[in-house]
Design a protein around this ligand. Structure first.
Ligand code: B16
Ligand code: MG
Length: 214
């Protein structure tokens, strides 16, 4: 594989907003009587806001009108935005800045593929917006992960063929999205959970771009 670009996921890879999503969804789920734990939360990782709400409602065998669903999703998002309001560069996960810088220093393009509509705000708070050559605007994406759309869009905008891209993800749906896009997938987390990934590392401190360039 001739590597030309690395496309990063945000939540759970670069920063632990995954935990804030968990807290906000758990609060909402319990309010409507749906039991919510870390195991169920795995299914929501990388899935967009309405998709996540639909999974929670299905889990509780609940059905709401579109209007009620928009209100619930908005409530979750406002809670989430309160939780992320105090984020600073100290919230970067170990190895994140080094991984981003090492990719650019190696002469490769750097992309971001997050389905979060809050991604631009989070990147600004972390102070890393300028480390990316292209950041997908989640509001332009029709189909969330595991659909390959978001990774294909990033590759296209970076001007790199998918087979020359490497994607990095912490979510099962995200790894599936990378593989469906025809890219090499590096999973961040548990190898048993991310079994579809080509390689799994515990966190970005273990990411070595040089190993992919030889
Ligand atoms: P928002 P990623 C995803 O971000 C999260 O993993 C997922 O849990 C969340 O529901 C989704 O963003 C939408 O986020 O409500 O902020 O638009 O992993 O693709 O960076
Ligand atoms: Mg993620």
């Amino acid at each position: 594989m001739k590597l030309e670009a690395v496309i990063f996921d945000l939540d759970g890879v670069i920063t632990d907003t995954a935990h804030y999503h968990f807290l906000a969804w758990k609060h909402l789920a319990e309010q409507i009587g749906v039991p919510f734990d870390e195991v169920f939360n795995e299914k929501l990782k990388g899935v967009d806001r309405m998709g996540s709400l639909n999974l929670i409602l299905a889990q509780g065998d609940l059905s709401f009108s579109e209007e009620e669903k928009v209100a619930l999703a908005t409530q979750k998002n406002m809670h989430y935005q309160e939780l992320i309001a105090g984020m600073t560069p100290a919230d970067l996960l170990p190895g994140a800045v080094q991984a981003l810088d090492s990719v650019r220093a190696a002469g490769l393009k750097v992309g971001l593929a997050s389905v979060s509509r809050n991604a631009f705000t989070v990147l600004e708070s972390l102070g890393i917006t300028d480390k990316f050559d292209y950041i997908v605007d989640a509001s332009t994406i029709q189909r969330g992960k595991p659909d390959p759309e978001i990774f294909l869009k990033a590759a296209h905008e970076l001007g790199v063929a998918p087979e020359h891209c490497l994607g990095i993800e912490d979510a099962v749906a995200g790894v599936a999205s990378i593989k469906a896009a025809g890219m090499y997938a590096v999973g961040v987390g548990d190898p048993e959970v991310l079994s579809q990934a080509d390689q799994v590392i515990p966190d970005l401190t273990a990411f070595n771009i040089q190993a992919f360039l030889q």
